[in-house]
Design a protein around this ligand. Structure first.
Ligand code: CA
Length: 236
């Protein structure tokens, strides 16, 4: 798995790069926002927000514009909720607040990629991953094998976390999922981030699917997926 490590602090970057290489990640380092944007695409970007040449949030937005498939984990020393939420709104999949442990970082990488780590290490949550066939809900097709979404004939590009959220809801159409269960299952049982993160992702999904009615808000409870019909309108 290719990791792009964007960090201007050489001490931190060297230690992280070494530790990641030991876990058999292929690590590319970037010491500035400019270098990060010039680097080859990676599976995972670890992005420090405090960079010498550009605002890290700006780098995040531009990386996301370029690729929906890259998982972006924002690393911030600031720790303020506003920065985290803005990072997630700009397309980050998760964030870590410095200082963090290496095990925690590995867990976050696993969570956002939902893939086996190099070297054959099993993902922690392998047992929650259902046997992956395409999920069909009305004319919405979500295929975990190819990580593709087709909305009634139109391909839709989603970030890894948006994809997980949509697949989660589409597996049980019409079922109301409680907010805290969604956050536990799609994010992390130990998610201490802002619950607004879920709303940000739902809003992004509605926009990208082109039909806000596909994901229905059940006020005070959570969300449910209403399968769209072939004419592009939602049933029920
Ligand atoms: Ca920095």
């Amino acid at each position: 798995m290719q990791v792009l490590l964007v960090e201007d602090d050489d001490t931190i970057a060297s230690a992280l790069a070494e530790a990641l290489a030991r876990e058999r990640f292929v690590v590319t380092r970037a010491g500035s926002g400019g270098e990060a944007l010039a680097a080859a695409p990676a599976d995972v970007v670890l992005l420090d927000l405090g960079l010498p040449d550009m605002d890290g949030l700006d780098v995040c937005r531009r990386l996301r514009e370029r690729s929906a498939a890259t998982a972006i984990i924002v690393i911030t020393a600031r720790g303020e909720e506003a920065d985290r939420v803005i990072g997630l709104e700009l397309g980050a999949d998760d964030y870590l607040v410095k200082p963090f442990g290496f095990r925690e970082l590995l867990a976050r990488i696993r969570a956002v990629t939902r893939r086996a780590l190099p070297g054959g290490t099993e993902p922690v949550d392998a047992d929650t991953e259902p046997a992956a066939g395409p999920i069909v809900a009305g004319c919405l097709l979500v295929d975990p094998r190819t990580h593709t979404v087709d909305m009634c004939g139109t391909p839709v590009e989603l970030t890894p976390r948006e994809f997980e959220l949509l697949a989660y809801l589409a597996r049980e159409p019409f079922t109301v999922h409680r907010r805290n269960r969604i956050i536990e299952d799609v994010w992390d049982p130990n998610w201490y981030g802002p619950t607004r993160t879920l709303d940000v992702h739902v809003a992004a999904l509605r926009k990208k699917l082109g039909d806000p009615n596909v994901i229905e808000t059940v006020r005070g409870v959570g969300f449910r997926l209403i399968p769209p019909d072939a004419s592009g309108r939602t049933e029920g």
